[in-house]
Design a protein around this ligand. Structure first.
Ligand code: MG
Length: 117
């Protein structure tokens, strides 16, 4: 399944890297590490917030979260492009797998992992 918006973003990312001669740095290993780094930056924004704080971000906090989510998304998209993985297809597939792992009648209202249901 091809999504035009995702394909456009992939092309922009590829051009961004090519224009800067950065493609040589975008190995799957490096992209995974960059993705983990950006995820850490997102975690840092929520570190020490209370549950309530995390649901009531200030405009400034929300803007910083948006920036980190964008970084994560772009690295994930770049990684998936490099590995020829269709993000939409695998995400849909994973939802189906999770529906089987977590049947409603066994997990409703529970946070247990599927191995502990
Ligand atoms: Mg960042």
């Amino acid at each position: 399944m091809k999504n035009k918006d995702l394909e456009d973003l992939k092309m922009k990312l590829a051009k961004f890297a090519q224009d800067r001669d950065w493609d040589k740095f975008h190995s799957p290993k490096n992209l995974v590490m960059a993705l983990a780094g950006e995820s850490g930056e997102l975690v840092e924004l929520f570190q020490w917030l209370t549950e309530s704080d995390s649901q009531n971000l200030s405009d400034k906090q929300k803007h910083r979260v948006e920036e980190e989510i964008a970084d994560i998304f772009l690295y994930l998209l770049r990684l998936s492009a490099k590995l020829d993985i269709d993000l939409i297809e695998v995400a849909n597939s994973k939802i189906l797998i999770n529906e089987i792992k977590y049947p409603i009648e066994r997990c409703y209202g529970l946070s247990n992992k599927y191995t502990d249901l």
